[in-house]
Design a protein around this ligand. Sequence first.
Ligand code: HEM
Length: 184
Amino acid sequence: MSQKEVNYGPLANFLGVWEGESGVDRAPKPQGDKTTEFYEKITFSPVGDVDNAEEQDLVVVHYHQVVTRKSDGKVYHNQTGYWMWDKGSDEVMFSIAIPRGVCVLANGSCEQGGDVNFKVKAQIDDPAYSILQSKFMQERAKTEAFEIDLNLSADTLSYSQTTFLDIYGRKFEHTDTSSLKKKA
Ligand code: HEM
């Protein structure tokens, strides 16, 4: 792993601290759903180059996302992981750890024009890009798939994501959308 003269490619402009005030979360409740407005802060930090099996050349950025409910100022979601870009194949990978006993590894593609756009997904039955979760979550609040569409345009970062759940005896699309500006 090296941090010297790293070309972060499509990840370069993510580095820094981002804040948003327009997040909307739709989460499951036993009798339906709940929509919550949130503030958030996402910090992207450089990790460097990572070589796998002397063959795969990744560049990696660490992220940490902290989400605060507008109504009472309480942090109610905290997530961390990595965005990884494979220089050779242009594949993008996204890892998520959330403090419910759930981890995700998603993959997909990157489009670079004026904007940078990443679309990645994971599915429980995919042999590589899948979801690892506790026994409790498998039985009571199972994540079956995840997808995110992340867009970087000048100084605005926005995303739309869906976590496909099996909870309270039904299928539920847990969605989050947000838009953030770079603060540092
Ligand atoms: C901005 C991002 C997110 C926010 C604000 C958020 C918020 C929430 C909220 C408020 C609930 C309902 C909790 C309750 O009723 O007690 C929930 C449930 C859940 N979320 Fe998220 N979530 C986010 C992202 C994610 C992601 C990325 C995953 C996994 C890939 C995830 C997995 C789950 C699961 C498995 C549940 C079901 C647990 C339950 O409702 O008891 N969430 N989330």
